[in-house]
Every structure is written in structure tokens, then in C-alpha cells.
Design a protein around this ligand. Structure first.
Ligand SMILES: Cc1ncc(COP(=O)(O)O)c(C=O)c1O
Length: 444
């Protein structure tokens, strides 16, 4: 039975995309998908799409950190990598075609971004996020992580306090501490299965001599898409204390309905004047290996300070492939991205249902945005080292452990769901088998 309707299909029903997978010779993998779903008793469904997100891409030995790390660095082969934030989907076909066309021209000299490059960013921000930005507010970055460091150096002095909201993407810590600034942690609170900001604590922390707040919006790893009200309150607290904001919005393009991303600098002209926003197409279109990002600052003074730091580090031009991919993604990638978001939302539903029915000792914190979700493993009663050992050596799946993002996430691990559903199902099935197998979870 083949279902062509883009809606939930009954169990046992296979979609066009699964048929395509069979046509491409990966029947056993697709068979696994259906088998795992049937065994888990979950009403598995797929959605008919132009892109075959079910296709299993072999990424081993492609210089992939995600895929080669466990075997080459940890010495553990046959582990399903569900950690670092890149996708197991091929980049959108128009991006691949644009890169092929550029690579076919055999001169790889220094690039000069054309007007169409900047225009593609301006149109993307306007159509996807209702944010009107001027060309003069934009400059290129070599990736959001280096840009965070440039921002810290541009907007603060050594010894100044910088607030981050923990648990958070851990390079935020090094952007502050490795630049000789003082890290101030404002803990997020986990209440009723959802992470939230603690505004009283934020006010107290901003009062500890903070010059800057680094916001993560949407937030990695807690998966929150901050609401307009939450962001407005952050803005109010910062404005009252004359604190500047760096807003890392790299995950802004992956948001699940009914949530909506609000660019922080769009809240008001006043907040736009005290914010540098860091953004990139790399998460949404799976391009992080191309090291290309951009920053937006309406305030010329802040942008000039940022540019100076970028120049001090010797970065000005970017690379031809990053520029080519960004423009192709923003110009031709919207339809692909909409499908990718729908597929990942269905993955999140699948994971939530699997964990609820087959792994009730765990809780899956369904992300509102980002393709990263937290698994609450606290009821296993393992310390974090034992938890990592259990997942890596017994279940043979690899996650990021929670405490790396902050002590608030002790007992949690971060799972990346941007992969074909059969792989997600197999990873969860491995955990179920490991938990069912005899012996305490901390023994091999
Ligand atoms: C919040 C956040 N910022 C930045 C990055 C990485 O940015 P880049 O690869 O552009 O340096 C990530 C990657 O996961 C992230 O989650």
C-alpha cells in the first residue's frame, strides 16, 4: 500500500520516499525502518516529499567529525553517532549543483562576494523572519563560533563580566574565558518538563558588573524557541543596565510549528542599536564544514568594532565555496528546508513516542526548534561518566553529555535527530535492548 497524501499514514503503509529508497537499493535499511516501527508498536508514518530524507548516506571516511570520531578517536567502531550538530541529510540539490558548477571552474582564487550574495541574505531575513535589514548592517563571518569571540573582544574589555544562560552551547564559555573575560552563569530552570528563563536570577547576574549578554536563540541544547515576551523581558533587563547583547541565531531557521522565531534585534530600534546578531545557513542547510556566516548590526559603531576585531584576527574574505553555498541555499533552498523541518518534526514525534512507550525510564524533551533534544536520564540513577559509558559501550550510540553544557544538565544527554528515521529508530532500539539486557547498566 502506498500513501501519497501528505498526512499521517496508517501503520504498514509505506510512502513514496520509502519506495524510492527501495528503488535505490537500500531495501534492507527501509525494511529495518518498518520492522523497528512495527516492533515498537508505534504508528509509524511518513510524509510524501520531493526529497528522500529516508535515504541513508554513508558519511564514513569523508573527513566527518560526527562519523569518524567514535572509531578513530574513541576506538569504538559500529557506534551510531547522534552527537555534534550536523545533519545526516545531503545538502539541498540546488546547493550541491551550485558547488559543483563552482568547483568545475578550476581557479580558486580570493573571493569577492557579489551583490547577489548580500541580496540573498536580505531577502531571506525578510521573507522568512519579517526582518528588514540594510546592506550596510551586514558583514561576513568565518563561522558563528569565531564571530562570538570577535564580538566578545569588540564589545568588552578584559575582566568584564559576560552573562550566558546555562546549560548552553559550550563554545560560549571559551568565547568568554579564553578572551580573559569573566563568565557569569544565569541558570535556566527545568520545570514541568520544559526549560525556562529565570529572570530574577538574570537581573542579579546582570548586576554583577556585566557588560554583555550572549543569548542563544533558539537555544541549544534545551531546544526552546524563546517567545516574544521572554525576549522582550531579556531586552528590558539589559536596557535598564546598559548591557549589550550578542544574539546567536544560528538555529533560527529550524523551528517547529506552532513556534516562531523572533529575531532579537527586531523587537525594537533601541534593542537593534545594542545588539550584534550572529547567523549562518549552516545548521538549516547542513553546510557547517564550509565555515561561512554573517553578522547583522544596525548600530554602525558596534559593526565597526566587530569588523576591527575580525580584521585583527586576519579574517576579511571568506571562501568561494561558502559564499556560493550560502547564496544558493537562501535563493533556492526554501522548499527543501520546509520539507526538512517537516521530516525532523516527525522524527521528534517518533522519538517522543518511542521513549514514552519503550523507554519509560527516560524522558525526551521535544525541541521547539533546533534538531537537538535532551534525553532526561536521571531516573537511571547513573553518574555522568557511567551514563556516557552505558550509551557508548553498551547501547553503542554516542550523544553529547549534558554537563558539558552546564551542571544544570547533569543526568541529561543531547540527541541529534537530523537523520533518516530508520537510523533514529535503530539508535533508540539499541538503547532499549541495552536496558533490557541482563546486568546493571554500568557493566559491559
Ligand atoms: C548555538 C550555536 N552557535 C554556533 C554553532 C556553530 O557555529 P559555526 O559552525 O558557524 O562556528 C553551533 C553549532 O552547533 C551552535 O549550536
Amino acid at each position: 500500500m502506498i500513501c501519497n497524501h501528505p498526512a499521517r499514514t496508517p501503520p504498514g503503509c509505506i510512502s513514496d520516499s520509502v519506495m524510492t529508497s527501495i528503488g535505490n537499493g537500500v531495501l534492507s535499511r527501509s525494511g529495518l525502518l518498518l520492522k523497528v516501527a512495527a516492533r515498537s508498536g508505534i504508528n509509524f508514518f511518513t510524509i510524501t516529499m520531493k526529497t528522500d530524507f529516508d535515504r541513508l548516506l554513508d558519511r564514513r571516511n569523508t573527513c566527518s567529525l560526527k562519523w569518524d570520531y567514535c572509531e578513530r578517536i574513541l576506538g569504538e567502531p559500529d557506534v551510531i553517532p547522534m552527537w555534534v550538530a550536523d545533519m545526516d541529510f545531503p545538502a539541498p540539490p540546488p546547493v550541491v549543483e551550485a558547488l559543483r558548477a563552482r568547483a568545475a571552474h578550476p581557479a580558486y582564487g580570493y573571493p569577492l562576494a557579489p551583490d547577489s550574495f548580500w541580496q540573498s541574505i536580505i531577502s531571506w531575513l525578510k521573507t522568512r523572519h519579517g526582518w528588514e535589514v540594510d546592506r550596510g548592517w551586514l558583514t561576513l563571518g568565518p563561522g558563528v563560533v569565531p564571530s562570538l569571540s570577535f564580538c566578545v573582544r569588540a564589545l568588552t574589555q578584559p575582566g568584564d563580566g559576560v552573562v550566558v544562560q546555562t546549560p548552553v552551547y559550550f563554545p560560549f564559555f571559551s568565547a568568554v574565558e579564553k578572551n580573559g573575560r569573566r563568565l557569569i552563569r544565569n541558570s535556566l530552570r527545568f520545570e514541568g518538563g520544559r526549560w525556562a528563563m529565570d529572570f530574577d536570577d538574570l537581573a542579579r547576574k546582570l548586576d554583577q558588573g556585566a557588560q554583555l549578554l550572549i543569548l542563544c536563540s533558539p537555544h541549544n541544547p534545551v531546544g526552546r524557541v524563546w517567545t516574544r515576551e521572554e525576549l522582550t523581558e531579556v531586552g528590558r533587563l539589559c536596557r535598564e543596565r546598559d548591557v549589550l547583547i550578542v544574539s546567536d541565531e544560528i538555529h533560527a531557521d529550524i523551528v517547529f510549528k506552532p513556534h516562531r522565531h523572533v529575531p532579537f534585534a527586531r523587537l525594537s530600534p533601541d534593542l537593534a542599536g545594542r545588539t550584534i546578531t550572529c547567523w549562518a545557513p549552516s545548521k538549516a542547510f547542513n553546510l557547517p564544514g564550509l565555515n561561512t556566516s554573517f553578522v547583522v548590526a544596525a548600530n554602525r559603531k558596534l559593526l565597526d568594532l566587530y569588523r576591527l576585531e575580525s580584521q585583527r584576527a586576519g579574517f576579511e574574505m571568506g571562501n568561494v565555496f561558502g559564499l556560493t553555498a550560502l547564496e544558493a541555499a537562501y535563493t533556492h533552498g526554501a522548499e527543501w528546508l520546509d520539507e526538512a523541518i517537516a521530516y525532523m518534526a516527525a522524527n521528534a514525534d517518533f522519538a517522543a513516542e518511542f521513549v514514552r512507550t519503550r523507554l519509560p525510564v527516560l524522558d525526551f524533551i521535544r525541541p521547539e526548534g533546533t534538531y537537538l533534544g535532551l534525553l532526561d536520564c536521571r531516573r537511571l540513577g547513573l553518574d555522568d561518566k557511567a551514563l556516557e559509558e552505558f550509551f557508548l559501550r553498551r547501547a553503542r550510540v554516542y550523544f553529547n553529555d549534558g554537563p558539558k553544557f552546564g551542571e544544570e544538565a547533569a543526568g541529561f544527554v543531547r540527541i541529534n535527530i537530523a537523520c533518516p528515521r530508520s537510523r533514529l529508530a535503530e539508535a533508540l532500539e539499541r538503547i532499549a535492548r541495552a536496558l533490557e539486557s541482563p546486568g546493571p547498566p554500568d557493566s559491559k
